[in-house]
Design a protein around this ligand. Structure first.
Ligand code: 5GP
Ligand code: ZN
Length: 113
């Protein structure tokens, strides 16, 4: 995807603060953090959202959760954390490349807005 912000981050055309990386996934710090720890986890391959990902690739769908959980461990979020996948317009998704937010480092309220 030539005009996708997160594909550009994968390609290092746009810099990011990387937290963890492997062949299939990249984790980097959110530019506008909503908690002391706010990391975005993405598959390097472009999928628009979790619906497209889950229909397109079972291995990457499961791998995304595993990778996000590894990020929580690396960030020492043993007191608790949240993994969020905003999806579509009403879900508040603003970047159309599937991403999981890993949030923690403070008490998180519920329900979300
Ligand atoms: P969404 O609103 O789609 O669930 O999440 C998109 C996230 O991407 C937002 O939390 C936003 O702060 C983050 N973001 C937008 N542009 C950039 C960028 O250029 N670099 C980084 N690291 N994060 C970004
Ligand atoms: Zn993309």
């Amino acid at each position: 995807m030539t005009n996708c912000l997160f594909c550009k981050i994968v390609a290092e055309e746009i810099p990011s603060a990387k937290v963890l990386e492997n062949t299939d996934f990249l984790a980097f710090r959110d530019i506008d953090p909503k908690a002391p720890v706010h990391v975005l986890v993405i598959p390097k391959k472009h999928f628009e959202d979790i619906v497209e990902l889950s229909k397109g690739d079972n291995v990457l769908t499961a791998g995304l959760m595993k990778f996000a959980t590894e990020v929580a461990e690396i960030e020492k979020l043993e007191k608790g954390f949240r993994i969020v996948l905003n999806t579509g317009q009403e879900g508040g998704q603003s970047v159309q490349h599937v991403h999981a937010h890993v949030l923690g480092g403070r008490s998180l309220t519920w329900p979300p807005g």
